[in-house]
Design a protein around this ligand. Structure first.
Ligand code: HEC
Ligand code: HEC
Ligand code: HEC
Length: 196
């Protein structure tokens, strides 16, 4: 039984490593794609339609906003924070808008830097019930989150890689160094950097 479990863990780790390598490879091929495609050549719009000339070109709409090197090349949280965009928060007056300014640290014991999940950035765009309770429990550590699930398009991967920045941007989630300052013994509240 134990051999079976450790074999299953090995398989899981191998699969995770292969998936992550493929992801980084495809990201490095994509990087440098650069420009926004014109509407009459984006493979989505019909170039012969007169409507195409009446729509705003993505370059005209997006090039003035906080830049990014992935997705549609806009760093949306910065565009919002810097007041470059001002989206309507609700259609119906009775909709309650709630912004929660609370960071959650995840992946406390892994090999990658710790994941900082910012509630604030998410609740500027989303409602609590976009995530709670069906994706994540409202209790830190209560949900079994894993990178494999995320790469499979579940949990954080439901949005990241689909409508929010892609999973190839590891350090936007794994953003907190494990080299956390240690508390000096005896000195309440005093901290000392564990210098490298
Ligand atoms: C959208 C956020 C997000 C992105 C982007 C992301 N991760 Fe993760 N990752 C997580 C979360 C959340 C966990 C896990 C949680 C836990 O185990 O509690 C995790 C766990 C992991 C783990 C297993 C635990 C560990 O630290 O060893 C590995 C390995 C990992 N990620 C690698 C990567 C790599 C490599 C990339 C970039 C290709 C990446 N992740 C991008 C959110 C993300
Ligand atoms: C984008 C997804 C997402 C949205 C939207 C979201 N949360 Fe969370 N929330 C999380 C995640 C992830 C955790 C950590 C879950 C875990 O560790 O199991 C969490 C944890 C929590 C916790 C536990 C904190 C603690 O100290 O233990 C509370 C409370 C919470 N959320 C409330 C809210 C409220 C209220 C809103 C709306 C204003 C909200 N969340 C919106 C993803 C989200
Ligand atoms: C329901 C959709 C959704 C889910 C689920 C979700 N996110 Fe996000 N996340 C967003 C959106 C939308 C943004 C803002 C747009 C962007 O940055 O691309 C965002 C932004 C972020 C940012 C801010 C990046 C910056 O620019 O500073 C981090 C970090 C992040 N998410 C981590 C996570 C982690 C970790 C999880 C899982 C625990 C998660 N998200 C789950 C939708 C989601």
């Amino acid at each position: 039984m134990r051999a079976f479990i450790s074999q299953a863990n090995e398989d899981g780790r191998l699969r995770l490593r292969i998936l992550l390598s493929l992801l980084l490879l495809s990201a490095s091929l994509y990087a440098g794609a650069g420009e926004w495609l014109p509407l009459d050549n984006d493979g989505v719009h019909d170039p012969s339609s007169p409507a195409v000339k009446r729509l705003m070109e993505p370059r005209d709409g997006l090039s003035g906003l906080a830049p990014d090197d992935v997705g549609n090349q806009v760093r949306w949280p910065q565009a919002l924070d810097q007041g470059q965009i001002n989206p309507r928060t609700n259609l119906l007056p009775e909709t309650k808008v709630e912004v929660l300014d609370k960071d959650i640290l995840l992946d406390l014991y892994g090999s990658m830097p710790i994941v900082r999940f910012p509630h604030r950035i998410h609740t500027l765009w989303l409602n609590c019930n976009n995530c709670h309770e069906h994706l994540f429990k409202s209790k830190t550590g209560a949900t079994d989150i894993s990178m494999l699930n995320i790469l499979d398009g579940e949990q954080c991967g439901l949005c990241h890689g689909a409508v929010a920045f892609p999973l190839s941007k590891c350090d936007r989630c794994h953003s907190v160094s494990r080299n956390i300052p240690k508390v000096k013994s005896g000195g309440a509240g005093e901290i000392k950097e564990t210098g490298k």
